[in-house]
Design a protein around this ligand. Structure first.
Ligand code: M6R
Length: 605
């Protein structure tokens, strides 16, 4: 996580860096800082909390420096205070550094430097970088960098200022993303291209082990042994997105309401002869009908999207699907081979665990299909095939349109494979395709009744915990509903397969325990209703999300969603659940778009 940026050029650096940090704030927002290179000195400003605090602190400064670096932090080591905020400066004041990543051997290095008399002031892993640079420095910065970075374990994207070289930014990278942008009489670097697009037109991504030396009129690259290397710069047009909240109070609400349009847009061009066909994977270098198994690997909500996709692919394509969280998959020696394609799902395309899972799959010879929103991104670049989810920029940390477009993409993939494998008849394919086409309109219908959900949410604002239950596709949606609620409202919630309740969790149900039961899967309705009844008879306060309330006990509150084929229900039932989480969080006065402790893109493992 963390966002870093560096600027050197003919403009004042501070406003450019602050503006860049604003675009990078999704990567972490517990503190921020900036270092400006004055002649033979640095001016460093830091603030705890969101970037607004740093802006407030620096608003009356008229620092004319044309070179500087900036950082927005998601803490990995040490509390979220000003001392631990970046930039970190060596004790002798020679180097100041911003860092994204984790230095895994920081403690050992720190002890070694302390034994040589170095004093540390922060609790961060990052502080070892400027101190080590200063330890190795004898007038040659690249050489000090070579020695420093070869002794570090872990991940880093680093921008460095050296007091002796005002006007120069040094950069190094391993695992964490770093892109250099070339402008006219100004050059920059950042964790994400979106922070550079106002000042640069051509970009070059640093590879692991490479160094960059950036001045306003030159950019030079070196490999890890300091041999100069040529790197090409490419014109990359980033999606120009509307970054305003429009008429909505929060980005999350705006993004919830964008879902029909985004899913419609995703389906556009994919329908041929009343069937779904994905050109993106038309040339798949493996006969998909021969795949022994599919893996779907992801984190958080993307993992929940995978759960929904599993049901569709197994049902329609008759291929076994194994779904795994990336942080587990990468360390469990999965039996992946060239006959088991691996699908990696990621909104950001930069999630560290998902990238590691992708690389593991690649190293075993598996074909990797990335289902990704942000292009370009590491996961998109490294996947063999990419299905873009086209949700547009998602700003709220809690994903909504990112998730639903992932689910829709998986449904399209299922229909594409079923068409090739002929596991569905033409008539069935046409039926499911039509069902999918109708989803956006049905979402609009649910959204038009958001007031009802706002009213229902009122009484949940005081609750300490909630249970979400469901079977099969309903369980997939329940898992996502539970995550949505807890990440933005801070109410403890868990999701259970409804049939599992009686195996232990039911012990927690007492008078007025809130249970949200997702029971839209008509095939399993009776079974789920029995489980709901079991909870109700123990005092649970039940809210059902269903397609038809006639079967529900009249003591249950209900949210009715439009009818659709069972397999696609997660796409509909998640909508009222997103609204439910949103309104509960709002009524609790939570910071909805930037919940505490979170970041939009999780670039550390
Ligand atoms: O960018 P990714 O889709 O790879 O991110 C995965 C998770 O970090 C993400 O879905 C996270 O769980 C969201 N905050 C949930 O709203």
């Amino acid at each position: 996580m963390c966002g870093i940026i560096g600027y050197t050029g003919n403009n004042q650096a501070m406003p450019v860096i602050i503006k860049g940090l604003k675009t990078l704030e999704y990567r972490g927002y517990d503190s921020s800082g900036i270092a400006l290179s004055d002649h033979k000195n640095f001016s460093v400003f830091k603030s705890e909390g969101k970037l607004e605090n740093l802006i407030e602190k620096t608003k009356n400064l008229n620092n004319l420096s044309e070179t500087g670096i900036g950082h927005t932090r998601w803490a990995t080591h040490g509390k979220t205070n000003e001392t631990n905020a970046h930039p970190h400066t060596s004790e002798d004041g020679m180097f100041t550094v911003v860092h994204n990543g984790i230095i895994e051997n920081a403690e050992i290095i720190k002890e070694a430097l302390e034994s040589k008399g170095y004093r540390f002031i922060s609790d961060t892993d990052t502080e070892v970088i400027p101190q080590l640079l200063s330890y190795h420095y004898d007038g040659n910065v690249p050489e000090a960098m070579r020695k420093t970075f070869s002794s570090l374990d872990g991940s880093f994207a680093v921008a460095i200022l050296c007091r002796n070289e005002p006007g120069t930014i040094y950069a190094a990278k391993r695992q964490s993303p770093l892109v250099v942008g070339k402008g006219e009489n100004e050059n920059l670097l950042a964790s994400d291209i979106c922070a550079l697009s106002e000042h640069a037109e051509v970009f070059s991504y640093l590879e692991d082990g490479e160094f960059a030396v950036i001045r306003k009129d030159s950019i030079n690259f070196f490999d890890s042994s300091l041999k100069p290397i040529e790197k090409s710069f490419k014109k990359i047009t980033t999606e120009s997105s509307d970054n305003s909240k429009g008429n909505f109070e929060h980005y999350m609400l705006k993004e919830i309401f964008q879902q029909p349009e985004k899913i419609r847009n995703l389906l556009k061009d994919k329908i041929k002869n009343k069937k779904i066909f994905l050109n993106e994977i038309a040339e798949l270098s493996l006969d998909i009908t021969k795949a022994e198994r599919l893996y779907i690997v992801a984190c958080g909500s993307a993992y929940h999207a995978a759960l929904a996709g599993k049901f569709a692919i197994e049902e329609m394509c008759r291929i076994p699907v194994e779904v795994d969280v990336a942080s587990e998959f990468r360390y469990r020696n999965p039996p992946v081979s060239c006959n088991t394609p691996v699908i990696i799902i990621s909104q950001s395309g930069e999630t560290a665990d998902s990238i590691a899972a992708l690389r593991l799959a690649n190293s075993r010879g598996a074909i990797v299909i990335g289902i990704v929103n942000v292009l370009p991104s590491t996961i998109a670049n490294e996947s063999d095939y990419v299905i873009a989810t086209k949700a547009g920029r998602e700003i709220a940390v809690a994903t909504t349109k990112g998730y639903s477009t992932q689910v829709a993409a998986l449904y399209m993939l299922a229909l594409h494979i079923a068409g090739i494998k002929k596991t569905l008849t033409d008539k069935q394919l046409e039926f499911f395709t039509n069902e999918l086409i109708e989803i956006p309109e049905k979402i609009e219908k649910i959204l038009s009744d958001s007031d009802t959900i706002e009213n229902i949410s009122e009484k949940y604002k005081e609750k300490k915990e909630l249970f979400f239950i469901g079977r099969n596709t309903d369980f997939a949606a329940a898992a996502e509903a539970s995550l949505k609620l807890k990440e933005i409202s801070y109410i403890n919630s868990s999701a259970f397969a409804a049939g599992e309740l009686k195996h232990g969790t039911i012990a927690l149900i007492e008078n007025n325990t809130p249970v949200v039961a997702l029971c839209s899967n008509k095939q399993l309705l009776k079974k789920t209703l029995s489980n709901i009844e079991e909870a109700f008879s123990r005092g649970a306060d039940i809210l059902c999300v269903c397609k038809d309330k006639t079967f529900c006990n009249k003591n249950y509150k209900t949210i009715i969603i439009p009818d659709c084929t069972d397999i696609f229900t997660p796409l509909l039932e998640i909508i009222p659940m997103q609204l439910f989480a949103y309104y509960v969080a709002k009524k609790r006065g939570c910071d909805i778009d930037m919940p505490k402790n979170l970041a939009k893109s999780v670039t550390v493992e």
